[in-house]
Design a protein around this ligand. Structure first.
Ligand code: OOG
Ligand code: MG
Length: 257
């Protein structure tokens, strides 16, 4: 069996993102399994850090059935967020930088003191300082937004950009808050935070556990995206996108026309 070329694959995916040009799926041809795919992800994000970006958080993917069904991959995954991916709430995004961006409504946590990997989050309000509604922009670097599990992991779980709304103290219940995604004032997706592993707090346990397997420890001050509560919606130039999460408020962005 030939060892996959981790640096070479990261270079291909990095160039695809930099030039907004889709590439064919590559995991099957290169013998990439899940562990090797996380190694590619680390190398791909390292390219960004080498040019001055900073790691600012972690994102979960495919924590809801709606998302799993949309992309045909049935496993929870995680990826890395950098400062350059963050867009100010109400800010503008140049969609020409992306291949086929989609927007999805999320719940964000601002991390506080974190337990060691393997240790469950005992008291959630000790581990999380604040909660906010968020929008994630995903942009698979693969043609037709189609990929296998190792492909999407290698591609940093399609991470492209994210917006976080105003932070609130952690409310009593997070497990059944209504979620809306609006495009130009029209409701495009409706869901509930219950769709996120039954309770988005569970996504944090999973993130600590899954990232810990690859030697990644979550840090105080990081943003943690728990995963989309609904399917993602294509982001067209000129569109105004707003996510509304009951009790938490809204996050919004505009795509440049
Ligand atoms: C993979 C990323 C999934 C989420 O919130 O479920 C994700 C994809 O759909 O391309 O970010
Ligand atoms: Mg997401």
């Amino acid at each position: 069996m030939i060892e996959p070329d981790i640096a070479g694959i990261a270079g291909t995916l990095g160039a695809a993102a930099d030039t907004a040009t889709a590439v064919p799926q590559l995991a099957a041809q290169t013998g990439l399994d899940v562990d090797a795919a996380y190694a590619v992800q680390a190398a791909l994000v390292q390219r960004r850090l080498d040019r001055g970006e900073r790691l600012v958080g972690l994102k979960m993917g495919l924590t809801s059935k709606a998302k799993m069904a949309q992309v045909g991959v049935g496993e929870v995954i995680w990826g890395r967020l950098t400062d350059v991916m963050r867009v100010a709430d109400g800010g503008t995004v140049d969609v020409a930088r992306f291949i086929h961006p989609r927007a999805e409504p999320e719940v964000a946590f601002l991390l506080d003191r974190l337990p060691e990997p393997g240790e469950p989050v005992g008291d959630f309000t000790d581990a999380v300082r604040a909660v906010a509604p968020a929008i994630e922009l995903i942009d698979s670097r693969y043609a037709n937004f189609t990929f296998s599990l190792p492909d999407v992991i290698a591609d940093n779980t399609s991470a492209a950009a994210f917006v976080v709304g105003s932070w609130s103290p952690v409310p009593d219940g997070l497990d059944n808050l209504g979620v809306l995604l609006e495009i130009d004032g029209r409701v495009a997706q409706v869901g509930s935070t219950a769709a996120i592993l039954g309770d988005p707090r569970r996504a944090l346990d999973e993130g600590i556990r899954l990232a810990g397997r690859h030697g990644v420890r979550l840090r105080e001050g990081w943003v943690f995206l728990a995963g989309a509560a609904t399917a993602a919606v294509p982001l067209r130039p000129g569109a105004h996108v707003r996510a509304v999460v009951e009790k938490l408020g809204t996050a919004s962005l505009r795509a440049l026309s």
